[in-house]
Structure formats: C-alpha cells, structure tokens
Design a binder for this molecule. Sequence first.
Ligand SMILES: [Zn+2]
Ligand SMILES: [Zn+2]
Length: 272
Amino acid sequence: MRVHIRRRVRFSAAHSYENIPDDVFQSGAGIGLTRRSVHGHNFTVDLCCSGQLDGRTGMVVNITDVDRVLKGLLMPLHESFLERDHPAVAWGIPSTENLAVWIWRACEGRIPGARLERVRVWEDNFLWSDYMGDSSNTVYVTRAYEFAAAHRLHSPALSEQENCRIFGKCNNPNGHGHNYGLEVTVRGQVDPRSGLACRIGEIDAVVNECVVDRFDHRHLNLDLPEFAKLNPTSENIAVVIWNLLRPRLGDQLHRVCVRETERNYFEYYGEE
Ligand SMILES: [Zn+2]
Ligand SMILES: [Zn+2]
C-alpha cells in the first residue's frame, strides 16, 4: 500500500532578482517587477512524498527523516537575504520556480523509503509553484485572484418549480453574491536566464483584462453576455473563464479553479 504524506516548513527571506541579467530583465521578462527592489516573503514549502506502508511501524516514512533533510536545507535560509547570503541557492535566482526545483534536487534520494511526488513553494497566498520532477524542468505556477459578483442560479432548461427545488435560496429572483477566489495555473519550462517559467506580469494583465475587470462588482446573469443564457454555477464559471483565457494564454494554461466559498472549489483542466 503506497501512502502519500506531506510536510510543511516555513522560512522568511529577502530576495531581489538582482542576478537576472540586465538584457533579460529589460526585455520584459514579464515578472511583474519594474525594478529590482529588495523585498521579503514568508515562504512556505510543502514536500510531498510517498512510500510503502510499513506494517510494523504503521508509517511510510519517518517524519523526522523528512525534517532532517528539509529543515537542514531551509532553516539556514531563514531571516537571510537569499542572493547575498546564499548565492548558490536556486542557482542565484530564488524565484518560486527555481526554489521548487532546487529543493526537489536537494531532497531527492535523501529520505529513506520515500519517493518524492511534489514540491510546492508559496511566495504568498497569491503565487506558488509546483515541481513534480519533470526532466525538462516543467514547473506549474499558480496565481490567485479575487472578484466579488452577484448571480442567480437559474436554468432556462428547467421549469420554475424545478429551478426552485434544485437551487433553493440560490434561485432568489434578485440574486445573491460571493467573494469569489480564482486560481489560474500555467505550466512552463524554467528559463535558466530568468529563473522563471512564465511571464507573470503578462498572465496578470490577461486575467485582469479578460476576467477580473469584467466580472468584479457585476451581476453575472445581467451584466455578462456569457451568462445571458447560461446558468452561472461555479462549474460553468470555471469553464467560461478557461474559454476566455485559453485563446490568450495558449498551451501554457493548465488549470482554472473557482472558489465560491471557503468550502467549495471547482477546477477545470480543459478537455484533455
Ligand atoms: Zn518576491
Ligand atoms: Zn451563489
């Protein structure tokens, strides 16, 4: 029986992207920064691994072995300036992408009985990268956004009674609203010169133009042509957002996740 486990470690550190060469930086690496300002994050790292369940111990991996490797790697970085104090970390460009790949490589094969499954590095609640050991250095970068919108769950394909029965108070004729969360995941190979797998500034611009600016503080049924005849369930919202972003982001688009409330998440990966 293979069981997956996950261990989380946090550290605080500064970075500045000062090692991205001038020509790459100025050519609009699209990292959403206009200057190399020194700034800091409370980085969060999840190491996911799996192993065979040991019938004697009831464990797959001894978590102290995971901690020894992961904390041994990351704790020296705590309260440091990554580029200046640890120039070899993440090949001198400590982006979330590079950190995820670097942590994977540093941990791989060092935890007895464990197979690495995923390293996730959060810069903050709005940006994180996943690396799953892909040999071509493909990393999945997720950006989170928020918008507030009203909607009414009502399907023209159903009778008034059926709408009322299925959607209950969400069928209220005057609508109701949510603070929606939106996660957009793109995939790309890490560019060794920039340490980045995507142009986050361009992703932001596209998502804001196509989705956030259009959806925020609107009544989805009344203000958006996409939902004039389409029931704005979160499932449909996720598919509509995918279809709005796909022509602009192309193949790099991997996932759209709509959070209606803290308890409801809806993900769409396109038609695989
Ligand atoms: Zn940063
Ligand atoms: Zn609702």
